[in-house]
Design a protein around this ligand. Structure first.
Ligand code: ADP
Length: 626
């Protein structure tokens, strides 16, 4: 019988499938099962409209493996195809995004055009040397068979089939050195593939399985029994009513699907109906994944189109700062035949992503307000990511993130939100004060915090490298600017004691200029301090780069060393000042030594290295031995 030729476009797609070097050949099964499920949907619709009393339970999809003949058989009792439909549906590509995409990228042969999107019936040719489709359309008596071994065409002949529906027989290719096909004849492999890609197909996907069973009446004699198994779980958890789902169900689902040992910290399950309709099931892990803060970590949510997996990690659904969220989205508004390329520009997907972001944010805010302990736990794990998010893109996302950030508070002795800080501010308080350092303990001891603490001001402790950078981008919260305890003007009324001490100290310009010269460019100024109470000295920074920022920036591998502008501050009411003044009159060499000592002390307090620790130690000993 004469072979019919494929239409030109179809032929090219077919060609592509046959010679595909694509590693995910396995998706052919997903495609065929989806088609079968669609065909059942169509028949179900017709029958329910006719009030035939049909139910979904009357339908099924069967998979059979015939190893001897290298056949994998997929059949359904759906609507089937007439002769004309076989011709037009399987001889022509109806709506393939892949082909036009391929056209645009003609020069680039190995581009992954059949990525993780629907490629339809022809994908069967990725694994088959021959495909035989026998179908009988609903309401027809005659069945037809379509058969093709590839690009040289196809035949359509009359055939026998007792009920309506479609049976597709794939003759699986032989293994070659480079390509393995035998696996598609292995039951366990088929079972895995169904679980992975088609678990939530609404109709049962059945397969017979050989089981070794104890022979009845014997104690150790086994026999092979064929058992009918349903491979898919059918109803996706995320489509069920929330009321029907137990916490445990969510936990198990999460742990199984996202390979976590511990239950999630938070589950966010939403069903949205409207301009875009989707179900989403999101999880916030309880612990930071081991590779979370590395390049290896891939963000993204699973994307389903009506229960069929189309992408495992769709990055476009999550902003970077929420990259810790795991989960999935299922929407009937997305086409199964959508490519990665097309997804990026898909309006529906963008709309979903925007809603998800809002939802995640509002859930986090609620957690912060209602389950504080849990939120703090969350923040310990992922707070750093939120702070990076604040800093990223020049602060483009600061409005989303500023409410979610916590810093340790000097007065509350625990992490607090910026809104909480602001709500407690004193009437005359102009700024949100912060101090940066390596740890809470170290910051606690910083001399620069003395006066503020003494006057009862709350100070936020910045212990992460990114903190000061992020806060500079944020600039203010609720109209209140941030101010480092080491910054220029703290904007508070100085204490009376301090005022007097400064007045009493008189004019020390010559002494301070001499000290500045001694330090030879290491500080831009030596002056009396407005912020010290009991400590003799401290370093503060003028200019935009603080001493903490200098540390962070210089830890990065660049040649250029960045310097903060440092100011050495002396406590006016400390006896050290008197000693300096006296020495300045009698022994300038001594002033030089003291200056070096004080400067080095200030460096140590800041957690900065001193240039010559041996000289420093000798100078201290010299003082002791005097
Ligand atoms: P798509 O499913 O994206 O339309 P396919 O190439 O997979 O593209 O299938 C082409 C068409 O063939 C389908 O739209 C459907 O009409 C028909 N078809 C495929 N498989 C079946 C089946 N098992 N039963 C009935 N019709 C089918």
């Amino acid at each position: 019988m004469a072979k019919k030729q494929f239409k030109a476009e179809s032929k090219r797609l077919l060609d592509l499938m046959i010679h595909s070097i694509y590693t995910h050949k396995e998706i052919f099964l997903r495609e065929l099962i989806s088609n079968a499920s669609d065909a059942i949907d169509k028949l179900y619709l017709i029958l329910t409209q006719k009030n035939t009393g049909v139910s979904r339970e009357d339908f099924e999809i069967w998979i059979k493996v015939d190893k001897e003949n290298r056949q994998l058989i997929i059949s359904d009792n759906g609507i089937g195809m007439t002769k004309e439909e076989l011709e037009s549906n399987l001889g022509v590509i109806a709506k393939s995004g892949s082909l036009s995409f391929k056209k645009e990228h003609e020069q680039n042969e190995d581009i992954d055009i059949i990525g993780q999107f629907g490629v339809g019936f022809y994908s069967a040719f990725m694994v088959s040397s021959k495909v035989t489709v026998t179908s009988r359309a609903y309401g027809e008596d005659q069945a037809y068979q379509w058969e093709s071994s590839g690009t040289d065409g196809y035949t359509i002949t009359e055939s026998d089939k007792s009920d309506c529906g479609t049976e597709i027989v794939l003759t699986i290719k032989q293994d070659t050195e480079d390509e393995k096909y035998d696996e598609f004849l292995q039951e366990y492999r088929i079972r895995n593939l169904v679980k992975r890609y088609s678990d939530y197909i609404r109709y049962p996907i059945k397969m017979n399985s050989e089981q070794q069973k104890l022979k009845e009446g014997t104690e150790n004699e086994y026999e092979t029994v064929i058992e009918e198994q349903i491979l898919n779980s059918m109803v996706p958890l995320w489509r069920k009513n929330k009321g029907e789902i137990k916490d445990e169900d969510y936990q198990n689902f999460y742990q199984e699907k996202f390979y976590d040992f511990i239950k999630p910290l938070k589950v966010i399950h939403t069903n949205v109906e409207g301009v875009v309709s989707y179900n989403s099931l999101l999880f916030i892990p309880s612990k930071t994944p081991f590779n979370y803060y590395t390049k290896e970590y891939e963000k993204g949510l699973q994307l389903y189109s009506s229960g069929v997996l189309i992408m495992d990690k769709c990055p476009d659904l999550l902003p970077d700062y929420f990259s810790f969220v795991k989960g999935l989205v299922d929407s009937q508004d997305l086409s199964l035949n959508i490519s990665r390329e097309m997804l990026q520009h898909d309006r529906q997907l963008k709309a979903i992503a925007t809603r998800l972001e809002k939802k995640i944010k509002s859930e986090l805010v609620e957690l912060l307000n209602k389950e504080r302990d849990k939120y703090e736990e969350f923040f310990k794990n992922f707070g750093l990511q939120l702070k990076y998010g604040l800093y990223d893109k020049f602060g483009a996302n600061k409005d989303t993130l500023k409410d979610l950030i916590l810093f340790y508070s000097s007065t509350e002795k625990k992490p607090v939100a910026l809104s909480e800080y602001v709500s407690r501010m004193k009437l005359d308080q102009k700024y949100i004060y912060y101090a940066a350092g390596a740890s809470v303990e170290r910051i606690d001891k910083l001399p620069q915090t003395e006066l503020l603490k003494d006057k009862g001001y709350e100070i936020l402790y910045f212990t992460d490298d990114v903190d000061e950078f992020a806060i500079q981008i944020l600039h203010e919260f609720d109209g209140k600017e941030f101010k480092s305890v080491s910054g220029d003007d703290l904007g508070i009324e100085e204490s009376k004691d301090n005022d007097e001490a400064i007045k009493e100290a008189g004019d020390n310009k010559e002494l301070f200029d001499f000290m500045k010269e001694t330090l030879d460019g290491k500080v831009s100024e030596v002056r009396l301090s407005q912020r010290l109470k009991s400590h003799p000295v401290c370093l503060t920074s003028g200019g935009g780069i603080s001493i903490e920022m200098e540390k962070v920036l210089n830890a990065m591998p660049t040649d250029e060393k960045i310097k903060a502008e440092k100011v050495l501050e002396i406590n006016a009411s400390h006896p050290v000042l008197d000693t300096l003044k006296k020495a300045f009159v009698s022994d300038k060499e001594q002033v030089k030594k003291y200056t070096e000592l004080l400067y080095n002390q200030a460096l140590l307090i800041e957690g900065l290295p001193i240039e010559d620790p041996v000289a420093f130690s000798n100078a201290v000993c010299e003082l002791i031995a005097r």
